[in-house]
Structures are given as structure tokens and as C-alpha cells.
Design a protein around this ligand. Sequence first.
Ligand SMILES: Nc1nc2c(ncn2[C@@H]2O[C@H](COP(=O)(O)OP(=O)(O)OP(=O)(O)O)[C@@H](O)[C@H]2O)c(=O)[nH]1
Ligand SMILES: [Mg+2]
Length: 443
Amino acid sequence: MFDFLSKKFSSIFSKVRGKKTLDVATIDAALEQVEDALLSADVPYDLVQTFAQEIKDDLVGKKVTTSLQADEQLMKVVNDRLVAFLGGDKSIFSPQIPSVIMVMGLQGSGKTTTIAKLAHYMAQEGKKRGKERRILMASVDYYRPAAIDQLEQLSKRAQISFFRAQSNDPITAACEIYDYWRSNNYEFLLLDTAGRLHVDNRMLEELRILDSRLQPKHKLLILDAMTGQESLAVARAFEQGVGFQGAILTKIDSDTRGGAAFSFRYALKKPIIFMGSGEKLEDLEQFYPERSASRMLGMGDIKSLIEHAEQKIKADEQQSVYRSFQNGKMNLEDFAQQMDMINKLGSLSSIMKYMPGAGNLSVSQDQLDQGQQEMNRFRAIMSSMTRKERLYPPLLNDSRKKRVAKGAGVAVGEVNKLLSRFDHMQQYAKLIKKSGGFGRLFK
Ligand SMILES: Nc1nc2c(ncn2[C@@H]2O[C@H](COP(=O)(O)OP(=O)(O)OP(=O)(O)O)[C@@H](O)[C@H]2O)c(=O)[nH]1
Ligand SMILES: [Mg+2]
């Protein structure tokens, strides 16, 4: 996700690394590369200029008074500017009850898929608060054959109610859907509409009529992140033709260069509310400017990883690993627990996308697979240790190591390898404690 930009930015920052101060020549050279990176990500020229100028204004003429190194200074300013560029605060999507939510966008942008994801998201959010949300999904897409069947299938997968109108005229069907929704006491209506290959007046006219008949509280525009600069023109046409509240950017898991995500907020003065990051129901995340900026700059996205983890891992498990990190003290039980947590999150390759600096690493699938196998071996080794050994690893003398290796079906060398990894991890924990940085990440 945002790999293209994060690789570029990581390399720009690394060129400044080691310099004590940011002189004008260094700033100019870095900014030129920032401009190149953004232009090649398909960000419009005037936006690139504005962004670079803002950074320059922040950097030039300011004495380096902080204790930051030159590259850290540059990173900080670029990050702060980028966060502001992407909208500053996150925009929370919490529709009032009852609400009609109308989803619009070009053909193939991901409207139907996103409706199902959104319904799933809203249902899950409700559950977290102990509420069973009453959501109805329906479609007035009579433009593409089988479009409505597609939504019906998705509704089954998401276990969300679905209604099919009798009429196949979009406006009459919309009224039928609306009546059904109201008379059955649903809270939310998620309405799918027909797209076109290009913005055309008949589509906009149809959306305007739907808008005036149903008065949706929320109109969301679905944009394909792959379309770069073109998506801004599409968004402007929808804005003038119908108006909308915010956008959902889909397919950010594809090899999009990130230009649309970078430019949208600034160009349209409207928020990106969610991002679609895959084809599954769960692949929808709220758009947080701060997190997206970190990802774009190759600084990783620990918060998203933690949020992702929160859904899969019990809070107390997290707390105990967090505590051991914070104390700077770890034992092999923590280490084992950490590996279990990683395993619950999915494969190493799916976690990689959140890791700081991952954009700049070229890790092959082979290496990831090896890592995964190593992790599995380590878990086997740890499970053949006694609890005492896990709590106090120095106990592991040669004969104990032999016993453990035998129990796990591996060579003694593997046990030593695990202990040396653990040693690194312990040093890391101590370092984190010293810098006091870990607490910040968890806030
Ligand atoms: N990788 C990926 N694929 C997506 C995402 N969102 C949608 N897709 C895929 O994009 C294709 C088009 O999605 P649809 O939801 O059918 O798009 P639509 O806007 O409803 O299209 P029309 O109904 O033809 O106008 C499908 O194959 C989806 O699986 C996403 O976030 N990531
Ligand atoms: Mg569709």
C-alpha cells in the first residue's frame, strides 16, 4: 500500500541522512526529488508545486534549533505538511439513524463491493456497542445486467438484508425500496446506483432525481485509486452534477501509485472517508491522514497494525507483551506470545505492509516464506521447553538444549538461533524502554 511513494520518500530521506544541518542546496535537491516522486505518482502539477513550496517555507530560514538530525528534520516537516494536506483530523463516519446512504461512482470503481463492506463494517461497529444494526441493501443499477444479482450475493455473504424492487425503472424502483425500508423499520439503507464508463449527463440526471426523491443523508463517491489524476476530474464532475459528502478510495491494495489518495482532499476540499484494500468484506479501513502520511513516507503504520491486531487478539494478551516491552524485560514466554500474536494476524507477508521502512526493503516472497517457517520452528522449540526455562532462559545449558531440540525435532543449532533472536529482541526492548518511545505508539 502506497509502496511507490514510500520507496521514493525513503530514498529521499536516506540521502539526507548523516548531514548535520539542512542547507539550502540540500533542501532544494530534496524538494526536487519530492516533486519528481509526486509527479510520477500522477499528482497534478500545481498541487506538487504548492506542496513543495509549503515544505520549503517551513524549512528555509529556520535555524536548526532542535536536537533533530537533518533527515529527521526533513521527515518531520514533510510529514506534518502531508498530514495537513491529507485533511488533518480523521473524519468519522457515524450516520444518524435513520439514514439513506447513496453510493455513486463510475462503472467498475467498486460501488457494489464497497456497499457490502460498508454494511459489514456498520454491523460490526454496532456489535461492538452491543447493538444489532438494522441495515438494508438495495440496488437501482439497471444499467449493467446482473448488477443487482451481484449485490444480492454479497448481501448473503455479509448476512445483511437485501430487497429487490419489482420495477426496473431506477426511479420507481428507488421509491419501492424506500417504502420497503421505512415500513420495515430498518435503520440504514445502503443504495447502489448505476455507473458508466465515463461521466455522462444521463447518469448524473438520474442521480439528481434519486437525490431529490430519497434525500439521502449521505452521498458517497467511490473512486478507483488506480485512476490517478483522472479521478479528480471524475470527482469534480460528480460534485457539480450531484454533490457528495466524501469519497471512498478503492483498490489501494493494487499497484496504485498513490496520486489519487495524495491529491483528493486538497483538490476537492472533501474527506476520503474509507479506503478499500481488497476484495473481501473486511477489506475496508477508515482513512486517517496521519496514518496514511506515515505509510506514504515509508514510516510504517504501527497504529493500523495494532488496530488490526485488536480485532484478532485479546486485549490482555496485548497488554502483557506491551508491559514486557515497556519494562525492558522479556522472557521466552513473552517471545512465544508475541509469535502467537503474529500468527493470529496472518502471514508475515500480510503484516509486512505495516512495518516501518518496509517500503524500502525488497523482501522476496521466498524470504518471507522462510521467515514463516523459522517462526513455526521457533514455536515448536519453545513448546518443548519447560515453563521455568521459558521464564529464565539462562537455565538452558547444553544438555537442556539437546533435550529441547529433540522434543521439537530440530537440530541444536536451531535452539541457539532462537536464543540469539531472543537476545536481539531483549536488546530492542531495553532500547525502547530507554527511549520511552513505545508508550507514545500505543496512545
Ligand atoms: N483489489 C481490490 N479489488 C476491488 C476493491 N474494490 C472492488 N474491487 C473489485 O473491483 C471490481 C469491480 O467492483 P464492483 O463493486 O463490481 O464495481 P461497481 O462500481 O459496482 O461496478 P458496476 O456495477 O459495473 O458499475 C470487482 O472485481 C471487485 O472485486 C478493492 O478495494 N481492492
Ligand atoms: Mg455495481
